[in-house]
Design a protein around this ligand. Sequence first.
Ligand code: PMP
Length: 381
Amino acid sequence: MTRSQVSPSTTADMRRDRVTEWIRPEVRALSAYHVPEVGDLIKLDAMENPYTWPSSLVDDWLETLRHVSLNRYPDPHAPCLKAALRERLGVPAGMDILLGNGSDELIQMIDMAVNGPGRVVLSPEPSFSMYRMIAAFTGMNFIGVPLNAGDFSLNMAAMREAIARHRPAVVFLSYPNNPTGNLFDERQVCELIEVCPGLVVVDEAYSSFAGRSLMDRLGEYDNLLVLRTLSKMGLAGLRLGILVGSPAWLNELDKIRLPYNINVLTQTSAEFALRHYDVLEAQAAQLRIDREHLLARMRALPGITVYPSQANFILFRVPAGKAQAIFAAIKADGVLIKSMHGANPLLADCLRVTVGAPEENAAFLTALTTALQNVLLEKNP
Ligand code: PMP
């Protein structure tokens, strides 16, 4: 058949066959990370900080960007930025910093570095979905160990057993845990670090809202790495993740870092933001206060179970079978939250809301109250 004789549908079939032949089955089996359309909705779905900077600070920031050389590659080692992070995050002496284009990229780098036939990534579940997804597309085996159903604490017997059986190359512990919001018991986390043959990455994406960290225990364990991000502190758009640990580990991971992964605008902007760290800290403190208000107001509503939170989001369970309807009703009232129903059996009928600015939280509470009233009325007409 000449090229002109090939029908469009045959061309499409041939392309699909070739995709099937060459794209790895584990990649084809994945669904891309879903980010919903926001439009005019109040955005309480992604654990972002709702606050921008005061306008005087925005002016000063824009001024610093004037001096950035866009024609040059960024400094691949970002020494000034690392020095500022070292001071602000309290990185212990003797520990190094590795930067990523978001902490997602650092998770990917860790998996790529330890990957090999039969190698396992392990995490309690439900937890941050990218632990499982990145393990899948880097070709590793992922083992999810269910958390305790009542309070989402670590199931230590199951964790010990899984670690002994699978000898994971890396264990990810989200501390506090996304999407459940709780902090695992620190002694249990330390026990897991002790029994793990490989790396343990304590992911402290939400540490600003918990006031707890294993950063100062890095020196005690030679298999511990601490992962941070600026995303939840108000800089999600910059994409800056920070991995802290001993040079022995980080020097190896650095070899698979793409040389210019932190662009010049991010480096300059993050340095600027860290010079004004008090602004970020004040915003986090406000969100912690507002989280407590929101928790109290939600707990007063009939028909839902509200889980404690040490993060900037709250997980709650609605009447059985009603998660989709309540999510949709809240959205129809202009507020976008996240439905966790279906993500994991322990999250059946669960929704997650990010703590926003007071007026956003109020809009969410009004929408939730109405949605619950309608659902409860339906049940008892
Ligand atoms: N870790 C956890 C526990 C998270 O919840 C998230 C984002 N939702 C990340 C890491 C990734 O954050 P980022 O890539 O924005 O640094």
